[in-house]
Ligand binder design. Structure first.
Ligand SMILES: Cc1ncc(COP(=O)(O)O)c(C=O)c1O
Length: 393
């Protein structure tokens, strides 16, 4: 299909898209084509409005009274907004810290629950921060870190395994891992599973409760659009909560923080995974951005995400494959998250050149260009514009 025909088709698909109106929630600058929601979601009008009110009213006028009037409840409240997005029950998710810290808490809690075991299994292609955190947990507990590619995880699990950790959607290739299979084998060997949902939450449905996963963590600033440095989240299966101990037992994790007791007593429930004071402004921004999820079906979101990335791959076949670009993501949409990676020897220079023109993607060494197709605000016509620009290189 030539690109003119592709544009006509894309306009037709956009006209029929039941999610098309959601783009109006996002303040994307005129003339900017944004394909990096897998790294930083764009500003929502609601975040700006809510931040303004928080600053002018809750902070300036209400001052410290706002803690009791609103802010203390935020980690649990925002956790409950994220819960349905990852298939978790209410009061099993809390919003706090960043993904790396939450992963540390989850791995340390898991290892403490499996003290008699000696190994941690990690996906060797996981996001580096996840590997660094797993290394530090292994070092502190004198355990062996078994780092293997995703398709070897199942074979690496045995009765020495305390905990397995991997990212549901691979940050480079967007490959979706076999959550059900890996979690089942982990459990069949008596080990615990920690999933990283950084590239999942807000774009790919997940079933934390139905799949019986033990722990999950993820980002607030990617497909959840919370803003730069927005806090992350942590999920803990209710069956583990009461016996789970996390290492960063700050005062917000205490049963009665405002009694200022000298001894630590963990809060009941998911609050025991908090540490210290919430980052109010960032959490407010995230809370406001999550409103867009109120009215939509995650199934429809996934359908559109697959449609956008499939259109991109079809146009890659027709216009980019012969120009030295290679497809580095799964062809089967069911196995693919919401971004597509292309290999290209001049990828870094091309991403930079496009960015200067307002077509924003990202680059991961050595040669990967990543294009995030966020179903909340990207259109089919955006995809055609992107391919047109890439093919002109
Ligand atoms: C898969 C994955 N895990 C963890 C992180 C790190 O998140 P944070 O910087 O919030 O700790 C990222 C960041 O991009 C990521 O992509």
């Amino acid at each position: 299909m030539n690109l003119n025909d592709a544009r006509t088709l894309a306009r037709d698909l956009d006209a029929k898209d039941p999610l098309a109106s959601l783009r109006s929630h996002f303040d994307i600058p005129e003339g900017t084509f944004y394909f990096d929601g897998n790294s930083l979601g764009p500003l929502t009008f609601r975040s700006r409005e809510v931040l303004h009110r928080t600053i002018e009213f809750e902070w300036r006028e209400r001052l410290i009274r706002s803690w009791n009037e609103d802010w203390l409840a935020m980690p649990a409240r925002v956790g409950n907004l994220i819960a349905p997005i990852i298939g978790a029950a209410q009061d099993t998710v809390i919003c706090a810290d960043n993904t790396s810290i939450n992963l540390h808490k989850a791995l340390m809690a898991a290892v403490a629950l499996r003290k008699d075991r000696s190994e941690i299994v990690v996906d060797i292609n996981n996001f580096p921060s996840d590997i660094y955190i797993a290394q530090s947990v292994a070092r502190q507990h004198h355990m062996k870190l078994v780092a293997v590619p995703a398709d070897e995880i199942i074979g690496a699990i045995n009765t020495n395994t305390a905990v397995v950790t991997a990212t549901h959607v691979d940050y480079r290739s967007a490959q979706i891992l076999d959550v059900e299979g890996i979690t089942k084998v982990t459990h069949s060997h008596g080990a615990l599973m920690v999933w990283d949902l950084a590239h999942t939450a807000g774009a790919v449905p997940f079933e934390a409760a139905a799949l019986d996963v033990d722990f999950a963590v993820g980002c607030g600033y990617k497909y959840l659009n919370g803003g730069p440095g927005a806090p992350a989240f942590i999920y803990v299966a209710p069956r583990l909560l009461e016996e789970s101990d996390q290492p960063l037992q700050g005062w917000w994790a205490h049963a009665v923080p405002f009694e200022f007791e000298v001894g630590f007593r963990p809060a009941e429930g998911i609050s025991r995974f908090l540490t210290g004071t919430a980052n109010v402004l960032s959490m407010k921004s995230l809370e406001a951005a999550l409103e867009v999820f109120d009215s939509i079906s995650l199934g429809k979101l996934r359908e559109k995400s697959m449609g956008l990335s499939t259109l991109f791959i079809d146009l890659f076949d027709a216009h980019l494959a012969a120009k030295g670009f290679t497809l580095e993501s799964p062809r089967n949409p069911v196995s693919r998250g919401s971004h597509v990676a292309l290999g290209f020897s001049d990828g870094k220079a091309l991403v930079e050149a496009m960015s200067a023109e307002g077509i924003i993607a990202d680059f991961r060494p050595p040669n990967l260009m990543r294009f995030g197709f966020a179903p909340l605000y990207n259109s089919h016509e955006d995809v055609v514009t992107l391919v047109e620009r890439l093919s002109a290189y």
